[in-house]
Design a protein around this ligand. Structure first.
Ligand SMILES: CC(C)(COP(=O)(O)OP(=O)(O)OC[C@H]1O[C@@H](n2cnc3c(N)ncnc32)[C@H](O)[C@@H]1OP(=O)(O)O)[C@@H](O)C(=O)NCCC(=O)NCCS
Length: 149
């Protein structure tokens, strides 16, 4: 399975899937079963994005591994967007709901659009979360692999 199929299957944002930025979770027989990336935006902000795990491989800590691994080298602050139901999931990794009055332009615009288009749909709001960290080097190398047991 490739990045695009994982993202399609997970029904998450299919925009900006430059494979070079991705960290992939790979089984011993070489199957890609999970992915995530750090996406840079035009305003200089960075987003933890495209987290998806192949359904049969969920519940085994793959997402946790991908998040922890990517956050080791991520810039700060780092933002993410998710449906409100996933907020508690990301709090575990140090993300907090971002201050709406202090969002970078990219996320401010996204929030405005989501408020207009998602209002009242699916019963869930778009959450913008933020994490501050001590490390600051941007992960810009070729995509890396997380080997699974
Ligand atoms: C969300 C997703 C990435 C989780 O992947 P996963 O590999 O099953 O997650 P993990 O096994 O690493 O779970 C880590 C922890 O989060 C919890 N968790 C997993 N999915 C969760 C969810 N949807 N809501 C709340 N908690 C969740 C697990 O119970 C686990 O808790 P534990 O550490 O106490 O055991 C996966 O369900 C998925 O691909 N969903 C569709 C795409 C998606 O929603 N991506 C996020 C976009 S913002």
């Amino acid at each position: 399975m490739y990045i695009r199929s994982l993202i399609h299957e997970a029904r998450i944002n299919p925009v900006g899937l430059n494979w070079r930025r991705f960290l992939l979770a790979v089984t011993p027989d070489g199957k890609v079963v999970g992915c995530a990336q750090i996406k840079p935006h035009y305003d200089g902000s960075s987003e933890f994005a495209s987290l998806a795990v192949d359904p049969p491989h969920r519940g085994r800590g793959t997402a946790r591994n991908l998040i922890e691994q990517l956050l080791k080298t991520s810039p700060h602050p780092i933002y993410l967007t998710c449906r409100s139901g996933l907020g508690p999931f990301y709090v575990r990794f140090g993300f907090r709901v971002a201050d709406q009055n202090d969002l970078p332009p990219y996320f401010r615009r996204l929030k405005r659009l989501a408020d207009i288009f998602l209002h009242g749909k699916h019963g869930e709001a778009l959450l913008i979360m933020c994490r501050y960290d001590e490390t600051s080097s941007l992960n810009t190398g070729s995509n890396t692999y997380l080997k699974l047991d």
